[in-house]
Design a protein around this ligand. Sequence first.
Ligand code: HEM
Length: 374
Amino acid sequence: GAPIAFRGAHQGGIVTPAQDRMHFVALDVVSESAEDLQAMLTAWTRAAERMTYGAEAAPGGAVGLGPYGVPTDTGEALDLPPANLTITIGYGPSLFERFGLDGRKPEALHDLPAFMGDDLDPATSGGDICIQACADDPQVAVHAVRNLIRLGFGVVAVRWSQLGFGRTSSTSVAQKTPRNLFGFKDGTNNVKAEDAEALAQHVWVAPEDVPGGAAWMAGGSYLVARRIRMHIEVWDRTNLQEQQDVFGRGKLEGEPLGAKKEFDAIDFSATRTDGLPAIPLTSHVRLAHADNLNGVRILRRGYNFTDGSDGQGHLNAGLFFVAFMRDAHTQFVPMQRALAAKDGLNEYIEHTGSALFACPPGLADGADWGTQLF
Ligand code: HEM
C-alpha cells in the first residue's frame, strides 16, 4: 500500500491504524548546545520523512558514496517496503529546563505523580526526547530508530528502549480488535480515528490549552508510556471466571459481562443470577470507563513485549502501555489513580517504567522539528 503521510495537521503514529510492531526509544540530550539540538532535529525531519516513504535515511545511502565514503544509511531496510512506518517524536519535561526553552514549556508538561503500587525503575523511565517508530515489519521500525540515533551521535544518548511485537489496541473501526498477553481483546472501547469529536475533546491539544510561548504544541498530544510487567504465570493458574471478572468482559467475544457481543453497550447495572453486579466493582473496565471518571477518555496504542527471562524462571513479559491525550494530568492521572486503588488486575501486573512526552503537532510543507521547537 501507499506509505503513511509524514506531513499534515498531526503527527503519524497517533490515530494511524495501529501497526503490528513498535520500537520505542527514550533519549537524553548529552550536548549543551541548543544549536546542536536544533540542527539534529532538522536532520531528523529530513531522515524521518525519507524513511517513512521507504527511502534511505539520507542521499547516498548504504552504498552510493562509494568505497571510501561512510554510508549515510545502515542498510538493513534496503530491500524492505515502508511497511506503514510512522515516526512520532515527543519531548520530556526535563528538556525544557535547558537550552533556553523555559518559556516554551507547556503548563501540562510536568512529571506524573507516583501511584500506589508503582515499582518504577529509573533506568526505564523518563527521558528528554522520545521516538516512537511503528511499522508492520519490525526491521523497518528498528532501522528507523537506529538511523535517527546515528544522526544524533554526540547530541543524544539512548536512555532506554522498548520493542513491542504485537499491537494491543485498535485505533480505527476498520481494525479487528487484537488480544493482549492475558488473552483478552484489547482496544474495544478505545477512542478511534473516525470519531473526530472524541479526538478533539480527548486527544488533540487545543490552542486555548497552550497560550503564549507554548503555542507550538497546539494540535499535538501528550504521550504517556508505562512499562507494565504482566505476571502471566500467576494469571495462567487462575480460572476463567476470575479472569473475566478482572476485566469485566468475556474472554472469547470480549462482550461486557451480562451482554452478548463485543460492541454491545456496557450496562453497569446488569446483575448476575446471584444478584451481584455482572461487571464487578473492582473490574478493569468499570474503573477505567468514562462514566465513572467524569467523562475522561484516552487513546490507547500499546504493544505486547517479552524481554527474555526475569532471572527467576519467568518470562519478563507484559504490556508496553502507550496512550495519547490532551492533558495527562486531567486524564491519565485520575484514571490510573482509580485503577491503582481498586483494579483487580493489580494482583497480576506491576508498573515498572513511566514517562511523559509532549508530541508536537504535524509539520506543514517546508517546516521541520528544529524550527518548530525553537
Ligand atoms: C480497557 C487490558 C492497563 C485504561 C481494557 C480492556 C482490556 C484491558 C482487556 C477491555 C477492552 C477495551 O475496551 O479495550 C489492560 C491490561 C493492562 C491495562 C492487560 C495492563 C497490563 C491499563 C491502564 C490504563 C487502562 C494502565 C489507564 C490508566 C483502559 C481504558 C479502557 C480499558 C480507558 C476502556 C474502558 C471502557 O471505556 O470500557 N484494558 N489494560 N488500561 N483500559 Fe486497560
